[in-house]
Design a protein around this ligand. Sequence first.
Ligand SMILES: [Zn+2]
Length: 805
Amino acid sequence: MKKSKGILTLVAATMIIASSCTRGSSDENYPIRPVPFTAVKMTDNFWAPRIQKNHEVTIPIAFGYCESTGRVKNFDIAAGRDTGKFQTIYPFDDSDVYKIIEGASYSLQTYPDLQLEAYLDTLIEKIGAAQEPDGYLYTNRTIAEKRGEAPHEWAGPVRWAEDNHLSHELYNLGHLYEAGVAYYQATGKRTLLDICIKSADLVDHDMGWDAFVTYPGHQVIEMGLVKLYRVTGEKRYLDLAKFFLDARGTRDDGEEYSQSHKKVIDQTEAVGHSVRATYMYSGMADVASILEDEAYLNAITKIWEDLVYRKMYITGGIGASGGNEGFAEPYNLPNMSAYCETCASIGDIFFNHRLFSLHGDGKYFDVLEKTLYNGALSGVNLAGDRFFYPNPLESNGQHERSAWFGCACCPSNVARFIPAIPGYIYSVTDKDLYVNLFASNTADIQVGKNKVGITQETNYPWEGDVKITVNPEKSGKFTLQIRIPGWARNEAIPGALYTFAQQDEGKYAISVNSEEYSAEVINGYAEITRKWNSGDQVGLSLPMPVRTVVADERVKEDDGKYAIQRGPLMFCAEWPDNPEGQVLNLVIDETPEFTSEFRSDLLNGTEVIKTRARQAERNLDGTISLGDYENITLIPYFLWANRGGGEMRVWFPYKETSARPKPAPTIAYMSKITGSIQNRSLLSVADQFEPSNSNDRTWPYYHWWPNKDKWEWIQLDFKDLQKISRLKVYWFDDGPFGGCRVPDKFEVLYKSGNSWKKIEPLAPLAVVKDAWNVVEFKPVSATGVQLRVKLNKDFASGVHELVIE
Ligand SMILES: [Zn+2]
């Protein structure tokens, strides 16, 4: 475990670093450099209020939860200033505090706030006190050792031993380093940076090719170390980042889940846990940009193609599967069970931003913009105080935002991501100024030797007209590169996973000083090279007709359906805006007509789209009928779930056969359904969608997780007296990685008068997986049925479907 490095060398190195830190731009190694958010002042009605809300609401409540859940107290206990056991659930809970400090540091640069800064100083002091003398920082183990107890089962018996699996020691540190650099750049204070350096020196001492060879089970330290390298100039940190990447795939206990199944340079597909994945790909891009590593570039290029061409949702969300919180097989993109973790969207934005900075190709910003305005932004509500962890594309009301989560990665990621958004708008080289995203703002940008003021005026994303005023300090020649989004060039998304159903006539237009300008579009950017004078104006007009999008036919889930897009936004139908609050059974026209309008009274002001649709209903004989045409209203996807739980959908069937009809009036559907865990997904047991197996997540199901080893029940109170003789139940069982199995046994009771009686089955009741469990019994007249279920000793259980005949 030890490297032969004297402590004196470490001290000397730290002292040299102390004098050579730079607070300047942090991405200078990239050929195309992002203009930092600190150089961009937002003046718009879209992002500026959200950044303000993040400062005033999200960051304070996130710190509040860190206090109330014991995340902060963990540092005090580790420091010996307080007593008790480790207060929280997971050993990675330290990372939330770091991420929110990072977000608060960004936010301070837009909203100077002495009170917040003072609070950060107290937190940083606590973190420093919790750090062990040799630099080790991981409150779970430090607390356990103080108490003479074993640490968390994920932590492993000794430092680092389990890091390639679940200890998250290096994961915490990656977020610590990002926070330390952010706080230093925001305030000039070295306190947290020095804690990072002490920690990174220990990691560098303990791990490496000539020491303990391992890698983080959850990536992020790679990006953190590169930031630490950039700010300190200490090349050991860069080398360490590369070591952690290159060590993957060299041990025999690697897993696809953590992208350690192969060497990173041999990976060609996006697999495993999607947050881990995008953080790793981002780290590879960082290292590749500095070391000009072709093997890394080849790998992340292939991975990007796999991800965008085969595994991304139309919202930009990634990671279809909840079981591994990650990628599923190509084209397997279910909508209601779509995982699309908020963190994965943010990670994918990091990845695409870095690829753009390497290659200058607009396709990366096409993905970034799609994710930003849809799959990522849906992660936080309008008030800034409720969050989504998964961001599904369809709901029957079972999805609602939460104020916080036991695993709180998503809110803390939102807190640090939102204030940094202005940093994506511009990029620069010595001769090019790139306008990547559109929002009203003013910016000061160094282009070569010239300082250029830029003003954007626009009502994007609601309208597509953008006015750009260029104010160079002195007249000079450079190229203004203006992104022409793929959606304005008849490309729904790079690649062919999603395409517009019809090609569009409308063309974007560019003017310079009010005269039409015919610019060449290269790699998605219109190039305008000229001698720029102060006050020069560029006009960009991007028509925003409402358009229908179809998926590659291999995406079975979207067969016979349209997604509806206007500008960069995907739209959805949500319950409050539509007839009877029902949207899941809608069928729209094959060539729908749309109107759109801005509604200032709705959801803080939003564009809405209107079209007509019919409701599909299943009849008792199994046939499907369509009702009369009704007008429906669509809102931007990112705005859903601001008005409580209910139905929502992004993909709209235009074929009857793809519809999700309203259930037929069966005994079960007409009953009042209650359960020992009461929630909306109870309704799914009578929705009349037959699963193809017990682990089929295509349709919603009801479960009793995390309960186990006890009796649970579902009760149906019939609408009126029924003569019944048969019950069919289909169990939910989410397999070896899930928490649900078929139950040990079950029994069926019926209600006769005021009492519950056991049915008299014609054959013994047996539990079967992946099939209907049919119970035939002596006919009885009943006003209700109760299914009583004994859960396995170690697992919960659930029910897909319940039929009474
Ligand atoms: Zn998350």
